[in-house]
Design a protein around this ligand. Structure first.
Ligand SMILES: Nc1ncnc2c1ncn2[C@@H]1O[C@H](COP(=O)(O)OP(=O)(O)O)[C@@H](O)[C@H]1O
Ligand SMILES: [Mg+2]
Length: 425
């Protein structure tokens, strides 16, 4: 159980760190991309502006003076003119006709007088279309384009570095967290260990005084000849309470044993037929509750190898519950079958008081009893189902429940059967 706690703490811690790191990485990448984008846009804007401001227009017609479109190049700052091999520079007149075109960058986007910045996918480039104005009159459009390959490369390099960085940090954090979680959980482990030991010792130590009380009340009741009726009832109440307590201490000892070694018993080698066992237990409880009908649907042999006393405890708890939490005139049915996967499935169904949906997650908790069950039957410890669960789990089996308040409950036990199907020896 503590292993599970340790693992779940570690997973939660790692999940939180992973989210924080992913968020930081995302912010870094967004910031880098944003800054880079703003820089390129401002570069393109400056380029377009410097082209526009230095073009020598002919009477404001949008035609170049002397009909020399090359003047858009000569108008460029020296640095930009040099990089024309990678840039693209175009001039469109007012009708959208391409008047001048310089540079080697492939430009596939059609000219649009409405656009400002546009992104071209392949080859990846940023394109700016800007109008040249004179006295509020558009003379034409400058279109400048710039490849983004170098920036993309830088961006992917950063992305790769961030991913590797996040991965390495997560590995380092997981190693550190493992150690930290282990250290912080140590006091809890030792405390629960001491608590378990205390429960085991207390249960063990309580057995003797309980036995003495029980033996003495048995003797007193055996020779109750001169005893007053009131006294006899008191002795009977003491015996019944001592029986309940010794059952409870036995249950607690069994649960402590399971908690410490994960097994209820080491004797798992008795061959038995659960069909016979359930029939026997069912008939025993039917005799105690004659007003409740018992239906047995156990057609095929249900052989398995186990510790018989544990199987008795498992099925006795479940069948006993079915009778105890069913009203007079109700019915209990026990059915079983063997699956192809060799798993034995035994279902114990009753049409008794049932369990509310909200209570279902608690039924296998130790000492848990539904309020309705307390009102219906006073005695009970709430340990029976917890024991059924640990017994089934120690055989790599399961106990599951389906229940509806006021309608009834079905407990289903799945246990691994023996490979052969011959009658039990
Ligand atoms: N067949 C059943 N029908 C209705 N409620 C049940 C049934 N079996 C178990 N329960 C509920 O689960 C609780 C725990 O059962 P169990 O561990 O056997 O304890 P106990 O029988 O001593 O109360 C019961 O108190 C009851 O509320
Ligand atoms: Mg019970």
């Amino acid at each position: 159980m503590l292993d599970t706690l340790e693992r779940s703490l570690l997973c939660r811690q790692l999940a939180v760190f992973a989210c924080v790191l992913a968020l930081v990485a995302f912010c870094v990448l967004v910031y880098y991309r944003g800054t880079m984008d703003a820089q390129i846009r401002s570069e393109l804007s400056t380029l377009a502006d410097s082209v526009i401001s230095s073009i020598d227009f002919d009477d404001g017609t949008g035609k170049f003076a002397g009909g020399k479109p090359d003047s858009i190049v000569s108008a460029l700052p020296e640095e930009s003119a040099r990089s024309l091999s990678v840039l693209r520079l175009q001039w469109y007149d007012t009708t959208g006709h391409l008047e001048a075109d310089k540079g080697h960058l492939q430009l596939r986007l059609p000219f649009s007088a409405n656009s400002t910045f546009e992104e071209q996918a392949a080859p990846h480039a940023l394109v700016l279309t800007r109008p040249a104005m004179m006295q509020n009159k558009i003379l034409g459009w400058v279109r400048v384009a710039r490849p983004l390959a170098t920036e993309d490369r830088e961006y992917y390099r950063l992305l790769f570095a961030v991913i590797v960085g996040v991965g390495v940090t997560l590995i380092a954090i997981s190693i550190a967290s493992r150690w930290l979680v282990h250290q912080s959980i140590r006091p809890i482990v030792s405390m629960t260990g001491r608590l378990k030991q205390f429960t085991a010792d207390a249960s063990h130590e309580l057995r003797n005084p309980l036995m003495i009380i029980k033996t003495n009340t048995d003797v007193a009741l055996k020779y109750a000849g001169g005893m007053r009726d009131g006294d006899r009832e008191k002795f009977e109440a003491i015996r019944s309470a001592a029986d309940d307590m010794s059952r409870m201490t036995g249950d607690l000892l069994l649960l402590c044993r399971f908690d410490s070694v994960g097994l209820v018993s080491s004797i798992h080698d008795q061959s038995m037929d659960l069909r016979d066992l359930c029939t026997e237990i069912g008939n025993k409880w039917k005799a105690a509750y004659p007003q409740i009908e018992l239906q047995l649907n156990l057609q095929e042999p249900l052989k398995m190898t186990a510790d018989r006393s544990e199987m008795v405890r498992l099925f006795d708890n479940l069948i006993c519950n079915a009778f105890q939490y069913t009203k007079t005139g109700g019915s209990v049915s026990i059915s079983g079958q063997r699956g192809r996967d060799r798993m034995l499935t035994i279902s114990i169904r009753d049409n008794g008081i049932g369990i509310a949906d909200a209570d279902l997650p608690h039924v296998f908790e130790r000492f848990w009893r539904a309020d309705k069950a307390r009102a219906f039957r006073e005695s009970g410890s709430g340990l029976g189902l917890a024991i059924c669960k640990v017994i089934a789990e120690s055989y790599k089996g399961t106990v599951t429940i389906q229940s509806k308040l006021g309608t009834g409950s079905t407990f289903t036990v799945r246990l691994p059967g023996s490979p052969d199907n011959a009658p039990a020896s």
